[in-house]
Design a protein around this ligand. Structure first.
Ligand SMILES: [Zn+2]
Length: 327
């Protein structure tokens, strides 16, 4: 079936180069003819968009040779996502330690480092340190700093997705309203001497949920992941997008009052995190006869349905994943 003329881009507008790249990358359209058919764009417009993607290094011709075009005529050359021309830098910041990595564009970890890094030391010191980690990791991975096309940072607090600013984080003293993007970009430039790269900042549970859903549960339309670490947070993914709620705190469940007098790190009493977070486990968990969870994370998905299907034994050690599905 032919799509509406040129109106299959994000938001219903005309498909742009990024939309064509997504179609190729996901395998939904891998020839010029298939892209025309999927987007409704003319052959000339598809050609212009593809030229930009080729010049920027995002696409290459496939090794499989020409295939039959869905529009008939001469066989078409297949197109592939070029995952070798750039790398991504990523860091997961927890309250007392951090993990950073260099990854390929398909998510393969090329070099990784994990060490103590206290978030309470403040954003200037912590982000400056991460800049140094990235420089060393690129060298370890044998990749040049100019190959880095962006940095992703997960932080243990609520984030305004528009500005990238942390908003009133309960367990990140000194970070409220701090311009993380600029500081981390500057730290990377200072340590490598290359031009600044884009920095994406989001809440750690949001990014964990998004990553889990995209890599392990693509068919799951409503996905929730709960991260239990020093604090407790949740990431919600609905229809393939992070669900943030009105003020960005949709998954901020750690400070819901649960009727206890326990003092929370946020200063309030009775928060969920005050009675069930990782900090509290030594006193209350494991109980006799109740084995501890294999790690700090587990995931749930709950479309109405409903039949419980436990999938965690099939997942890698270190995670629990439980998915409720329609039978
Ligand atoms: Zn609290």
């Amino acid at each position: 079936m032919t799509g509406q003329p040129g109106r299959t881009g994000r938001g219903g507008g005309q498909a742009g180069a990024g939309d064509l790249l997504a179609l190729v990358r996901t395998g939904r359209a891998t020839t010029r003819g298939a892209l025309q058919q999927a987007t409704g764009l003319s052959r000339a417009t598809v050609g212009q968009r593809l030229d930009r993607l080729f010049r920027a290094g995002w696409l290459r011709e496939g090794a499989g040779g020409p295939v039959d075009s869905p529009l008939g005529g001469r066989p078409s050359i297949t197109l592939e996502f070029d995952d070798a021309h750039a790398v991504v830098l990523a860091a997961d910041l927890d309250t007392r330690h951090a993990r950073a990595a260099v990854l390929s564009l398909t998510g393969e970890i090329l070099a990784e480092h994990s060490a103590v890094l206290a978030v309470e030391d403040g954003p200037d010191a912590v982000l400056g340190e991460l800049g140094g980690w990235f420089a060393e990791l690129l060298e370890k991975a044998g990749r040049g700093a100019r190959e880095a096309c962006g940095i992703g940072l997960a932080v243990p607090g609520p984030v305004d997705s528009e500005t990238g600013l942390v908003v009133q984080p309960p367990i990140m003293p000194g970070w409220d309203g701090y311009d993380i993007r600029s500081r981390l970009s500057r730290a990377f430039t200072e340590r490598t001497g290359v031009a600044p790269v884009p920095v994406l900042v989001d809440n750690d549970a949001n990014l964990m949920a998004y990553g889990e859903q995209r890599t392990g549960y693509r068919d799951c339309s409503a996905f929730v992941l709960v991260k239990v670490s020093t604090g407790i947070g949740a990431g919600v993914v609905v229809g393939g997008e992070i669900f943030r709620g009105v003020d960005g705190g949709a998954g901020d469940i750690g400070h819901i009052r649960v009727g206890s007098e326990a003092l929370c790190r946020c200063g309030s009493q009775g928060c969920l995190a005050a009675v069930a977070s990782g900090e509290r486990w030594p006193a209350g968990w494991p109980r006799p006869g109740c084995p501890p969870p294999p790690a700090r994370t587990y995931a749930t998905c709950s479309p109405p349905g409903i039949r419980v299907r436990r999938r965690w034994p099939a997942r890698p050690a270190g995670r629990w994943a439980t998915c409720w599905r329609r039978s």
